[in-house]
Design a binder for this molecule. Structure first.
Ligand code: SF4
Ligand code: SF4
Length: 339
């Protein structure tokens, strides 16, 4: 089994984000500091252009990319220069303190070559961003790019958040008080189709409507996600992160085409377990050799995977567990949720 070349990808300009959402699969938040350098970004874009055969597009994101607007603009311009299709730039809109500010930023991005944005809205984002700002950003983006070029992810939450008010952030605890634990759990997990990786399983796992025993994942390999999905994320340190597997790096690279051509998953022991046996096999390895004690149940296979990796990272033995700060940021900076 070899690593399939990507045909789409996300570029994480930073893990830095003012939100630190509880569902973030990359464990982004305000404690992170670093940004991708412009040289690294240019080299990465050139490598992507050489690597993909059937390009579907890339997205530029953070963390929150608008926190370093100069770098974001540079990235959009560089994509235009290289003829690389941008699917969208992703933002949580927390920076949009008025429709005018929104229009100004979006116009600059449009001039640089952007034609579509994705604006996030959910109960998780609403914990730190007043709905008003999200609505201003949507309004401004629709004016600048046209309504068909503004993806609102996930718009169905807007009327629900509005019931709590538009002016202030809404703590997740309010959803629990209003709907009760069970209904709120379904609303958050099924309503958002949460991926239980990264911070989601750790912070929100107790609310998951369905829980699975570790042995339920026996035989569920991650060969598709790691090797065959043709989608990856590249972080500011040039880690190759398969699909949405935050905290799992297939390696750091200088030259993407040669990295993809020569990658051998068997050289990374934990990746080998995941490709051939999935997180259940990884958990068994960690239990037998490193004293991992599994919980009775998990919110999904990625929840188990992240907990095993968070245990193994303490050994300092496994280069694929990177960046290390991912594991230090698995708990959000937000107050613990009483469930
Ligand atoms: S999910 Fe939340 S914390 Fe993660 S990058 Fe998006 S806005 Fe930031
Ligand atoms: S279980 Fe782990 S390796 Fe598999 S898809 Fe989830 S995060 Fe990725």
């Amino acid at each position: 089994m070899r690593l399939h070349p990507i045909d789409s990808c996300g570029i994480m300009l930073s893990y830095r984000c003012q939100c630190g959402c509880r569902h973030c699969v990359y464990a982004c938040g305000p404690r992170w500091r670093d940004w991708m350098s412009k040289d690294t970004l240019e080299g990465l874009l050139a490598g992507i252009k050489e690597t993909w055969v059937y390009p579907r597009g890339l997205h530029l994101a953070g963390g929150e990319a608008f926190l370093n607007f100069d770098l974001l603009l540079f990235g959009v311009e560089a994509c235009r220069r290289l003829g690389l299709p941008i699917e969208y730039v992703e933002t949580n809109a927390g920076w949009c303190v008025s429709p005018e500010v929104g229009r100004e930023k979006f116009n600059l991005l449009k001039e640089a070559g952007l034609f579509r944005v994705l604006i996030s809205v959910s109960p998780f984002h609403a914990e730190t961003i007043p709905l008003k700002r999200t609505l201003w950003a949507i309004e401004a983006a629709q004016e600048v790019f046209g309504p068909g070029n503004v993806i609102v992810y996930m718009s169905q939450f807007i009327p629900l958040i509005r019931e709590f008010g538009e002016e202030k952030p809404v703590p997740l605890s309010k959803w629990l008080s209003r709907f009760g634990r069970e209904k709120a759990g379904r609303l958050l997990w099924e309503g958002y189709a949460l991926i239980p990786g990264g911070r989601a399983g750790i912070e929100l796992g107790p609310l998951a409507p369905t829980r699975y025993r570790p042995e339920d994942f026996a035989g569920q390999t991650c060969a598709h996600e790691i090797l065959a999905s043709r989608h990856a994320h590249f972080d500011p340190y040039l880690h190759y992160i398969p699909l949405f597997c935050g905290g799992l790096s297939l390696g750091q690279f200088e030259d993407l085409p040669s990295f993809v051509n020569t990658f051998d998953y068997r050289k990374l022991p934990l990746v080998k377990f995941l490709v051939e046996g999935g997180p259940w096999a990884l958990a068994e390895f960690a239990r037998q050799h490193f004293g991992f004690v599994p919980r009775d149940s998990y919110a999904g296979k990625c929840h188990l995977c992240v907990e095993v990796r968070a245990h193994l990272v303490k050994t300092g033995n496994f280069e694929e567990l990177a960046p290390k700060e991912f594991y230090e940021n698995l708990r959000s900076h937000l107050p613990p949720l009483e469930v």
